[in-house]
Design a protein around this ligand. Structure first.
Ligand SMILES: Cc1cc2nc3c(=O)[nH]c(=O)nc-3n(C[C@H](O)[C@H](O)[C@H](O)COP(=O)(O)OP(=O)(O)OC[C@H]3O[C@@H](n4cnc5c(N)ncnc54)[C@H](O)[C@@H]3O)c2cc1C
Length: 481
């Protein structure tokens, strides 16, 4: 049968060619016009600097992969609706397809697209694929959204048996006339300061990089994941987060890869410790689910009483934290890792977030904004969940009185000090005993370690016992308000 359709494939955070249902559907209809539209500020939260860096390189990779199939990637700037309108008219397209996203503004725009284009085009469809479960499909027994992870995830697992991922379509037909395209370089997504060198050293954005990273997981790292996932001094986690965020890999592909790995190694079943990894994907699902049902939580606490917390936001403290100069080595190591590689280990994210909120009393929104700008995996849903969880004001959150001790956390999860020594090299020669508490080191130990506090490394910005008590007092005040 002759395929006569002409379909615009609107790439968004699904920068891959495999397991791409919209692309498959478009290829089945006929000619395919792949498009990426840089959203305007009204369309989406503006991207942070690290995300822009990633996006630039990821789009370059996608462009190359499409070229290998005889296609181009058309670049256009938003507003999204206007850009899509123009492209459909310029190309005389009769179809428009995309992967769904679940943030409030994305949902609203998709609704508008459906309204506007369904009348004009023959085939208009948003496909699932960024998540394992559509957020509107799960409710608790009383018909409300889940606010606790365990029952949410239990219900998901009962439902889940994801279909096999789709292969990348072959022999895709290109359009007879291409629409105009802007230049990716003209978008100036790359930073103008040399900060991104570390990102280039550590990451390979794009689908190939994603598959290589998944491959690196499927072996010893996966088998040891359960025991190693809290150790920032080891490369014990998957580092798949930016690939998942930009959709260079789908959660369904990961699920299928784990499944095959378990079958190959004769260790199937949900009791296998490797499935602990799948429940981390569950947290990603939970984050997207919560943001879908509670969109105001990007800026407001889910638990309203936290609006009255007596914050004490000194800009100097925020700056010291951002620069990794708080005088608490584990906190500073994490913040410097973030600056260097645009990523931070989950355990350390919790430690630095707790420190900012509870030791320095800086509002969690300020920390979330810094993460948003500097993380290559910056994700509105996961970042919001992470910060609200740590602050104690979100769904299924850590209780407020659980205040991470940055000293003992360092000693416990970085027992040999390798992580701190890597990122805070000025303390590298201190013995383990004082590595996380250099202010307690006797003068001769500091001298032997070539450290002068206040000169080579800062004094602590705040005293831990004092800060802990102050945070608890603030909590009591809030509860009595
Ligand atoms: C304050 C704070 C802010 C955070 N901000 C983000 C963010 O902007 N983007 C982001 O992707 N994650 C965020 N996280 C969650 C988590 O830290 C990262 O997903 C994880 O460190 C990524 O490393 P990984 O890929 O090696 O994780 P792995 O341990 O290998 O986990 C596999 C995947 O599961 C998902 N995942 C794991 N833990 C979580 C979690 N707690 N919440 C949501 N998804 C999770 C991620 O997609 C991750 O890639 C944040 C956590 C905290 C405490």
């Amino acid at each position: 049968m002759k395929k006569t359709g002409k379909t615009v494939v609107w790439f968004r955070r699904d920068l891959r060619l495999s397991d791409h249902a919209p692309l498959v559907a478009a290829a089945q209809r006929g000619q395919v016009i792949p498009v990426y539209i840089l959203p305007s500020e009204a369309d989406e939260e503006s991207l942070g600097a690290a995300s822009k860096w990633w996006l630039h390189h990821s789009l370059k990779q996608l462009e190359r992969a499409l070229e290998a199939k005889g296609l181009r990637l058309i670049y256009r700037s938003g507003p999204l609706l206007q850009a899509l309108d123009e492209i459909c008219q310029e190309t005389d397209a009769d179809g428009l397809v995309w992967h769904r996203l679940y943030e409030k503004r994305s949902v609203e725009i998709e609704d508008l697209i459906l309204q506007r284009f369904r009348e004009r085009l023959d085939f208009v469809e948003g496909f699932p694929g960024s998540l394992l479960v559509e957020p509107w499909s799960l409710m608790n027994q009383s018909g409300s959204p889940f606010k606790v992870f365990t029952p949410f995830w239990k219900r998901c697992i009962q439902r889940l048996s994801p279909a096999r991922p789709l292969p990348s379509p072959r022999g895709i037909e290109s359009p007879t006339n291409w629409p105009r395209s802007e230049g990716l370089d003209d978008w100036r997504l790359l930073p103008s300061i040399p900060w991104a060198d570390g990102l280039s050293l550590e990451w390979q954005p794009g689908e190939q990089g994603a598959l290589a990273q998944l491959d690196a997981l499927l072996g010893e790292r996966l088998l040891a994941y359960y025991d190693e996932r809290n150790r920032p001094d080891h490369e014990g986690t998957s580092r798949l987060s930016p690939y998942l965020h930009f959709g260079e890999l789908s959660p369904r592909q990961i699920w299928a890869a784990l499944d095959s790995f378990a079958i190959r190694n004769g260790i199937g079943g949900l009791t296998w410790k490797g499935w602990q990894f799948v429940s981390e994907l569950g947290w990603r699902e939970f984050a997207a689910y919560l943001l879908y049902h509670f969109p105001s939580t990007v800026s407001e606490p889910l638990r309203a009483e936290f609006k009255h917390y007596p914050w004490d936001s000194k800009k100097t403290h925020l700056k010291a934290w951002q620069q990794g100069q708080t005088g608490y080595p584990m906190v500073d190591a994490g913040m410097r890792e973030l600056w260097h590689m645009g990523w931070m280990h989950n355990r350390v994210r919790m430690i630095v977030a707790s420190f900012l909120i509870k030791h320095l009393l800086v509002p969690w929104q300020d920390g979330a904004a810094w993460f948003w700008d500097t993380l290559v995996d910056a994700d509105l849903a996961s970042n919001t969940l992470g910060w609200q969880w740590t602050a104690g004001c979100g769904a299924d959150a850590a209780p407020y009185f659980r205040i991470f001790n940055p000293i003992t956390q360092g000693e416990k999860f970085d027992p040999n000090g390798d992580y701190v020594r890597r990122w805070v090299p000025e303390l590298a020669s201190l013995p383990d005993k004082y590595l996380n508490r250099p202010w307690e080191a006797p003068v001769d130990v500091l001298r032997a370690g070539k450290v002068t506090l206040g000169l080579d490394y800062p004094h602590p910005v705040v005293d831990h016992p004092f800060a802990r008590q102050r945070a608890l007092d603030g909590y009591a005040k809030m509860r009595n308000a």
